[in-house]
Design a protein around this ligand. Structure first.
Ligand SMILES: Nc1nc2c(c(=O)[nH]1)N[C@H]1C(S)=C(S)[C@@H](COP(=O)(O)OP(=O)(O)OC[C@H]3O[C@@H](n4cnc5c(N)ncnc54)[C@H](O)[C@@H]3O)O[C@H]1N2
Ligand code: MOO
Length: 402
């Protein structure tokens, strides 16, 4: 069986996600909406700023009045602070004004106070010529009433919340998080904190996966450990299918006799794809059980991390209607040689060092310490080798976890 290229797999995963119904929406107060996906377009009911205002602490004037008063100075007729409603400017005078305060009717410029001296008679002398419009932030400079403020399908960042608040809205409609079941398979697994018996290992994948899901703001349905047994595999998947929007499993998707997860999906579910040209992560499986999508990740801890970040993350984001699901990729120069030609795209745990990418420790798919040492992944394409200085794509973890 030939292996599916990673890019083709990603397209398939995204198409599968897009074919699902979007989650229900909920209305959240702005302070609770960080990271959530906007469900509807937002329009502004107001101009921002709502009126012309001063960009500087200084003096508001009509520039024509300065032509005559260049030598004599202008009397200061009022003082306008932010939050006030000013009187119209008396022509032939200027107004003391502060940053953010409304420009009085009749004024057409503000000069900053550093360029002005006020004499004993209270007359303001302007050191420089002032041009019309100077230091005025016009009404609607930021946002025009009626315009689209934000499109749906974006994840709200702090500056987006600020933007929404700036037009006076205190709540937004967002999609509810997905209920994501996390199931670890394998008779050898024991939860941390328990004693380790012969042949047993601690369940680390559960924590990697729950952490990834928490970073994405999804609701975890923790399904614990599933024993290597075909009957339990069927009944567990059946029960999870009824209470999760998607099931993520680790282990049991390779070709071994005890790999019951994959066997069950192939026999009793609908298999969409299996076996990719990716290392680690080859037996990644996309299927459906009792109508619920299942993303079956290979059990090796590094394969879990890599396939989650490259395939599950975009899948979940697309299920939530996020339009831009691509991870941040940096073009960097290799700080290492790689002579082994592989038949799968290899995602190595790596870190940046002075603008070059270096490999982080042991790259076996069973090794997690190198993932902790790493700050991202670097891709070596199937069929290629790398010499120091060659251009490579580096994917920082920060871009992959969010
Ligand atoms: N004959 C073949 N054998 C294997 C192939 C193959 O093509 N032919 N592929 C290998 C590749 S590549 C991978 S990746 C693994 C994936 O196998 P499974 O998905 O079936 O995973 P398991 O066998 O259940 O576990 C693999 C490995 O990971 C450990 N593991 C499992 N779950 C956890 C967990 N929750 N926490 C920590 N560690 C876990 C498990 O003990 C195994 O060591 O198959 C290769 N074999
Ligand atoms: O590719 Mo497996 O994915 O060697 O760990």
């Amino acid at each position: 069986m030939s292996l599916m290229a990673v890019n083709d797999a990603l397209h398939r995963v995204l198409a599968s996600a897009a074919s699902e119904k979007l989650p229900d929406t909920e209305t959240l107060k702005l302070e609770d909406a960080l990271g959530r996906v906007l469900a509807r377009p937002l329009h502004s009911a107001h101009d921002v700023p709502p009126w012309d205002n001063s960009a500087m602490d200084g003096y508001a004037l009509h520039t024509e009045d300065l032509i005559d008063a260049a030598q004599t100075g202008l009397p200061v007729s009022q003082r306008i602070t932010a939050g006030m409603a000013p009187a119209p400017l008396v022509r032939g005078t200027c107004a003391r004004i502060f940053t953010g305060a409304p420009i009085p009717a009749g004024a057409n410029a503000v000069e900053m106070q550093e360029n002005i001296s006020v004499d004993d008679q209270g007359l303001a002398h302007f050191a420089n010529a002032v041009r019309p419009g100077q230091n005025i932030r016009p009404q609607g400079q930021d946002i025009r009433a009626g315009n689209v403020l934000l499109e749906p399908g974006i994840r709200l960042r702090p500056q987006d919340l600020g933007l929404i608040a700036s037009v006076g809205m205190d709540a937004v409609d967002v999609f509810k998080p997905l209920r994501v079941a996390v199931l670890s398979t394998g008779d050898e697994l024991v939860e941390p904190g328990q004693p380790l018996g012969p042949g047993q290992i601690f369940n680390s994948n559960r924590y990697t996966l729950i952490g990834c899901l928490q970073r994405l703001g999804q609701q975890v349905v923790d399904a614990g450990i599933l024993e290597d047994d075909p009957e339990s595999t069927r009944t567990t998947l059946q029960s999870l299918a009824g209470r999760a929007d998607v099931i993520i499993t680790s282990g049991g998707v390779s070709v071994g006799e005890a790999d019951f997860l994959g066997q069950t999906l192939r026999e009793y579910g609908e298999l969409d794809m299996w076996k990719l040209a990716i290392k680690p992560g080859k037996p990644f499986t996309l299927a459906r059980f009792s109508g619920t999508p299942v993303l079956g990740l290979p059990g090796n801890p590094a394969a879990v991390l890599v396939t989650f970040l490259l395939l599950v993350r975009p899948y979940l984001l697309r299920r939530l209607g996020v339009r831009d699901v691509a991870a941040l990729t940096l073009d960097v120069a290799a700080g290492f040689d790689w002579k082994r030609v592989g038949n799968r795209d290899e995602y190595l745990r790596a870190r940046l060092d002075n603008g070059r990418v270096l490999l982080a420790g042991n790259q076996s798919s069973g090794v997690l310490s190198s993932a902790s040492e790493a700050s991202g992944l670097v891709c070596i394409k199937a069929g290629t080798t790398v010499n120091t200085g060659d251009p490579l794509s580096f994917l920082p973890f920060e871009g992959l976890f969010d």
